[in-house]
Design a protein around this ligand. Structure first.
Ligand code: FAD
Length: 430
């Protein structure tokens, strides 16, 4: 690999946001390099829920059929079991819309698909094992990224007109630009672990009682992902109590797990801790720089919105970048004022989702922290609001629609696609 590369756009991070943007830019004939620090796209414990808005975006991109070919589950009415009694929660069928279900889908096959489809265009290059470690400045302006080739250990300079920071919640690009992540306070952490799918009833469900709140998502392939909310910073105490005590808590909420927990959850090594740290970075664009997805804003896990926010960002970023490049065919960094339309459009939309999540998270935190100590007359309406049970009020219906369809319509601007989609070859595999 050359130690000096030139391109128009370099995208740092092959998550859902970076991969979809790479595909859209490549399809628009824009020279694009996507760099990823890891050797593979495999990742544990990532987002699985893709709401109707995500399906609409895939459809507009001409990708939906291929997405349906990936191993997935459809979810129409995720269930919640409260004190042993099942309730239907957000009902995608009742909400109407072109897609009246969500998909449970693992990220790696989706990311692979997006990169394969981008690689069908000659303007695209993908480099794994190439972590960006800093921004490249020329004449005081952002002019690309400095990366390290993990195969050789050598430094690589990628010069570009635009750097897109799509490198997730701990974004190197964001910190290299000195942008504050705008972290918001949270009272909860989330512990993830896997269970055999046949130990779990519905593919998507939650179970709640005085002991705590347990979430399940089917993963296909005989596995289910489970999540357990804990008070922030209390993981060390939980570990101190021991795995047996933790297994007992889980069995109290779901006695059906009794038989499988000793083998599925042998020790805390089988668990992975997610710190819930929502945030809104102080700015998302600068001259030659654009942040998107988790690098720009971190959603709370409530309502599973992180994937779809990153996908919607890439749709809007694509339209703005393509337009700015068409108006400014020079070779310097793209101007901040021209890129700012992306932030002006997306910040209020993302803010609306994060605010709704934080309202729900406050209820959730009260239930997890004080559980059975909350008097029943207060607990019942809190649970109803939290799980959108029977969303009869206008506000509850609006929250359900917001989580399903997003706060705004997002249109993929096919005007910039300068070529027909090529025949999909099975030879260019990542
Ligand atoms: C445990 C867990 C469960 C979740 N569940 C859900 C869910 O059910 N539904 C949902 O919608 N969301 C969920 N999310 C959130 C969702 O995963 C994220 O919001 C989403 O992946 C963000 O996409 P992204 O493209 O912005 O970044 P990411 O997916 O974080 O991807 C960033 C990429 O950048 C790479 N990278 C980082 N630094 C560098 C560097 N210096 N150089 C090169 N590459 C770099 C990383 O390796 C990674 O591949 C969950 C998150 C976690 C952690």
């Amino acid at each position: 690999m050359d130690n000096e590369i030139e391109t128009t756009v370099v995208i740092v991070g092959a998550g859902p946001g970076g991969c979809l943007l790479a595909y859209l830019l490549a399809r628009s004939g824009i020279e694009t390099i996507l760099v990823e620090r890891h050797a593979t796209l495999d990742r544990e414990f990532r987002g699985y829920l893709f709401q109707p808005l995500a399906l609409d975006i895939f459809e507009q991109c001409g990708l939906l059929e291929s997405v349906f070919e990936l191993d997935h589950e459809r979810v129409s009415r995720p269930e919640v079991v409260i004190y042993g009694r099942p309730y239907a929660t957000i009902d995608f069928e009742a909400l109407g819309g072109a897609y009246d279900y969500a998909l449970l889908l693992e990220q790696p096959p989706l990311l692979k698909l997006l990169i394969e489809r981008a690689a069908e265009y000659p303007t695209f290059e993908y480099h794994d094992r190439l972590p960006a470690r800093d921004l490249l400045y020329e004449g005081g302006r952002i002019a690309g990224v400095l990366a390290t080739d993990r195969r050789t250990g050598e430094a690589v300079r990628i010069r570009s007109r635009l750097v897109v920071g799509a490198d997730g919640r701990y974004s190197t690009v964001r910190s290299a630009a000195g942008i504050d992540p705008g972290r918001l306070e949270s009272k909860l952490d989330l512990l993830w672990f896997k269970l055999p799918a046949d130990a779990v009833g519905e593919v998507a469900q939650a179970r709640f009682d005085d002991t705590g709140l347990l979430l399940y998502f089917g993963l296909g392939g005989g596995e289910a992902q489970a999540g357990w909310f804990i008070p922030r910073g209390s993981y060390a105490d939980l570990r101190e109590e021991g795995i047996e005590a933790f297994r007992e808590r889980l069995s109290t909420v779901d006695p059906g797990l009794d038989g499988v927990l000793p083998s599925a959850l042998r020790s805390f090594e089988d668990c992975s801790l997610l710190r819930i740290e929502p945030g809104m970075s102080e700015r998302w664009v600068e001259g030659g720089l654009l942040l998107m997805g988790d690098a720009a804003h971190i959603a709370s896990p409530v309502g599973g919105q992180g994937n779809v926010l990153a996908l919607a960002d890439s749709v809007v970023a694509h339209e703005v970048i393509a337009r700015v490049l068409s108006l400014d065919p020079g070779d310097g960094p793209l101007a901040a004022c021209a890129l700012s339309r992306y932030e002006t459009r997306r910040r209020p939309a993302v803010g609306e989702v994060i605010d709704a999540q934080r309202r729900a998270e406050r209820l959730l935190a009260a239930l997890v922290l004080y559980g059975g100590r909350i008097p029943r007359p207060i607990r019942k309406p809190a649970l109803r609001a939290l799980f959108s049970l029977a969303p009869r009020t206008h506000a509850a219906k609006r929250t359900a629609e917001l989580f399903a369809f997003g706060p705004e319509t997002v249109r993929v601007d096919g005007m910039w696609f300068d070529q027909e989609e090529p025949e999909h070859s099975s030879e260019r595999r990542v």
